[in-house]
Design a protein around this ligand. Structure first.
Ligand code: NDP
Ligand code: 2IT
Length: 448
């Protein structure tokens, strides 16, 4: 990691030492510190206040045992985490991820990015993230329920509607949120908006399910409009086949694009006629099956085992699966095949090398913190509705989401123009715009 500022590179070296081996966390911190070079050069108060030293250290990090009994009456033990990273501008807010790849490093990188993402939304939410190395694949509903109940039996003491408000992420959808909410309510004897992404019958918000994917496309729409361009007639490659990928595909199609790929951790499908989303939704949301099923059901489509989704030519690429799923080689292939726009639905899906390739080749790049903020923004709107004890219509929430994504695009663009003299560098713009509000709030609140 090369950071062209003595203070920031020394700080990075200390973070590296203190968080040795936590490669995802260090990657996320490195990128933000790199973006802050022009900020500390222009405004030395960010050095003297020690605010950057403080922002890279979580306020609190809890790790706990989650023991549960499987369908064969065997005891299983998983590890649970909640990282309460920063509460300068609001209660900690961020998702829970259940996936075997979850480690302290993964949770910390996600919690760290969430600080800046939440700040960009303009809503009063701090940054946090949690999860477990539990693998929901192949588990029965009752196993999922027992796991969620055990997880919440520890987590409940750390969260609350004005303290920390978790939501979904990979492996945590409406079913898991329901079980977690039920257990919280039972233990606390309180019905509150302590989680977002709840079912519509008990406090959930319309459009939350669609929000990350729709928000991603609204963000891309702003990128396109800045280049006098639009989604109409574009070919779009999407990775993932989960919550974010499905609703990104739906909105891209509504806006006139042709989506030709989707994937899961086993492989990807290519449908030259345009992905049929009703089939994907049946396979993924109803049957909880594999994306390979699609090729068996839709004539003319092809399933390929393994990675490789980025070898499919496209105008717009939307990585919506997981971190570091798109590397430097993939980026070169996309550029060679003529990609013009890339926007991240997943968190940190592009490696630093991939981002370098995009920026060097004039690919307009929308980074995760900005481009996928629609999910948490709509979680913020769910919290508002819960506090007011009313529900807005789908159209009301969707319109607010569209406006928030426009504001995020403009904030990132303005910061990029001001600090790096290149309004298209949304990586720097998003990091800087997100940082300033949190840092100024921390300075105002005194040393903590
Ligand atoms: P889901 O669990 O609904 O879907 C995840 C998708 O990504 C699945 O298709 C899954 O395939 C694939 N995937 C997960 N891990 C891997 C892996 N290691 N390698 C290859 N593919 C993988 O999660 P979401 O759609 O909610 O989340 C997707 C991304 O979007 C994550 O990075 C998440 O952090 C981010 N995000 C989510 C938001 C939300 O509101 N849900 C908001 C903002 C960002 P498989 O089924 O094979 O595991
Ligand atoms: O990464 C994310 O922004 C999310 N998983 C959504 C978090 C939330 O609180 O809605």
């Amino acid at each position: 990691m090369k950071i062209n500022n003595q203070y920031l590179s020394d700080l990075y070296a200390r973070v590296e030492k203190r968080n040795a081996g936590e490669k995802e966390f260090l990657q996320a911190v490195g990128e933000v510190l790199e973006s802050l070079v022009p900020v500390v050069e222009k405004r030395p108060e960010y050095i003297t206040s020690g605010v950057i030293e403080r922002i890279v250290e979580p306020e609190r990090f809890v790790q706990f045992r989650v023991a549960w009994v499987d369908d064969n009456n065997r005891v299983q033990v998983n590890r649970g985490f909640r990282c309460q990273f920063n509460s300068a501008i609001g209660p900690y807010k961020g998702g829970l991820r259940f996936h075997p790849s979850v480690t302290a490093s993964v949770i910390k990188f996600l919690g760290f990015e969430q600080i800046f993402k939440n700040s960009l939304t303009g809503l009063p939410m701090g940054g946090g993230k949690g999860g477990s190395d539990f693998d929901p694949k192949g588990k029965s509903d009752m196993e999922i329920m027992r796991f969620c109940q055990s997880f919440m039996t520890e987590l409940y003491r750390h969260i609350g509607p004005d303290t920390d408000v978790p939501a979904g992420d990979i492996g945590v959808g409406a079913r898991e949120i329901g079980y977690l909410f039920g257990q919280y309510k039972r233990i606390r004897n309180e019905f509150t908006g302590v989680l977002t992404g709840k079912g519509l019958d008990y406090g959930g918000s319309l459009a939350r399910k669609q929000a990350t994917g729709y928000g991603l496309c609204y963000f891309v729409n702003n990128m396109l409009a800045a280049k006098n361009d639009s989604f109409a007639g574009k070919t779009v490659a999407i990775s993932g086949a989960g919550n974010v990928a499905i609703y990104a595909a739906e909105k891209a199609q509504q806006l006139g694009a042709k989506v030709v790929t989707m994937s899961d951790s086993n492989g990807y499908i290519y449908d030259p006629n345009g992905i049929k989303l009703d089939v994907v939704i049946q396979i993924k949301e109803v049957e909880r099956g594999r994306i390979s099923e699609y090729a068996k059901r839709v004539p003319g489509s092809i399933y390929t085992e393994g990675a490789g989704v980025w070898s499919v030519p496209c105008d717009i690429a939307l990585p919506c699966a997981t971190q570091n799923e798109l590397n430097g080689e993939d980026a070169k292939t996309l550029v060679k095949n003529g990609v013009k726009y890339v926007a991240e639905g997943a968190n940190m899906p592009s490696t630093p090398e991939a981002i370098e390739v995009f920026l060097a080749n004039n690919v307009f790049f929308g980074p995760a913190k900005a481009a996928n903020a629609g999910g948490v923004a709509t979680s913020g709107l769910e919290m508002t509705q819960n506090s007011m004890r009313l529900s807005w219509t789908f159209e009301e929430v969707d319109q607010k989401l569209e406006r928030i994504m426009k504001n995020i695009f403009e904030s990132a663009r303005n910061a990029a123009r001001e600090y790096v003299n290149n309004e298209d560098n949304l990586v720097a713009g998003a990091n800087i715009a997100g940082f300033l509000k949190v840092a100024d709030s921390m300075i105002a609140q005194g040393v903590y």
